[in-house]
Design a protein around this ligand. Sequence first.
Ligand SMILES: Cc1ncc(COP(=O)(O)O)c(C=O)c1O
Length: 444
Amino acid sequence: MSTNRKISFSPPDVGEAEIQEVTEALRSGWITTGPRTKLLERRLAAYIETGKNDVDCNFSENVERYSNRVVCLNSATAAEELNLRILGIGPGDEVIVPAYTYTATASAAIHCGATVRFVDIQRNGDPVTHMPEMDYDQLEGMISEKTKAIVVVDLGGIVCNYDRIFKIAESKMNLFNPLNLHTDALTDLGSRIQKTLGRIAIVADCAHSLGASRIFNGLKTYCGAIADFTSFSFHAVKNFTTAEGGASTWRKLTGIEDAEIYKMYQLLSLHGQNKDALSKTKLGVWEYDIIGPWYKCNMTDIMAAIGLRQLDRYPDLLKRRKVIIQKYNSVCDEFGIQHLEHHTSEMDSSNHLYLIRIPEIDEDERGILIEKFAEYGIATNVHYKPLPMLTAYKYICGGIEEYPNRYDYYHNLISLPLHTLLSDDDVEYICDSFRAIMKESRVG
Ligand SMILES: Cc1ncc(COP(=O)(O)O)c(C=O)c1O
């Protein structure tokens, strides 16, 4: 089979509107963190319905009615790390992370000095969505007096069973030892947050799941408004992009003002400096203090310009992804191939990744199938190589033999291209090629 057709795996869908907005940002004279970043934060808060005041409002209007409960940063990795730092997590603490994730979920906790404990996944993933969710019984058994956070990953855009995860954290409240350190503004805030929560924090890695929702506590709730703290990724391959970029958000904490938490993210992401470039533009206002020797991971207005125009289109982008998923589902169903179930009566995914598991093949045969897709000009991928099989993690989480379900899920896994630059004709071509490859390989 030889073809001139080239189907990329996930190119960014950036149009004229984004280009225009970036040009305007460049011409405006304000290119670092400024008005466009602040507007994107408010609009994202409105979109995921967090920090909403007592009025009902549409996400594109009245954005000022949403409190500052979203902070835009330069990546999800930075957002994940700042979420843990704001929670006061550091050396001596344990953070539980699923063995099924990308390195950033674990490395953020490692950067904070915490010890990471890895949980295997359920055999074949969640019985309904097939998403590789954590083995919740194993998770429960791992919680100790040192556990400070469980990081949950909504892989592929599918929202985990947060009701179950919160219940587990609540059932272990007796083991929880809140931080009690007030040496600086950061430890003071972390101690108050831990005390207010009174249990292990639920921290969501929603790198893939902006716009996904789930019934939580009986109500449809968007990712970003479910976990105690959440991170999103706006990397170039994500559904919603600012080239690089990400955001943090959190749930209202009784007795702690959103403004105080927002301010701490500003400090942590800007050298600990108490005045950002925008506030220093006021005439005569030059003086500043450094509250802590912190980090530099703010979002620029050029990135936010892309995001503002992406957000206008985002609901339609999600719908388009869903149409493609339905086409792929019908091919998988013809051949009895397990695929992620992105929509259930409980949950609507953000349709980020399309993972399939080909029955009765080993890793080498999976490699041959990936080559066959390549012969048809179709780029595929594997999400992800298990952390215990990567050089850095072998020493941190032990060998892959300790995570049998994780390995089993990975060995026959392929991700198909899923993005909004695929035309109807491209999707038909992928489906026809997929069928032909499965027939040649006698699958099903
Ligand atoms: C599950 C997960 N978490 C975190 C990240 C890190 O995102 P970023 O590149 O924005 O730091 C990624 C990136 O692909 C990811 O897939």
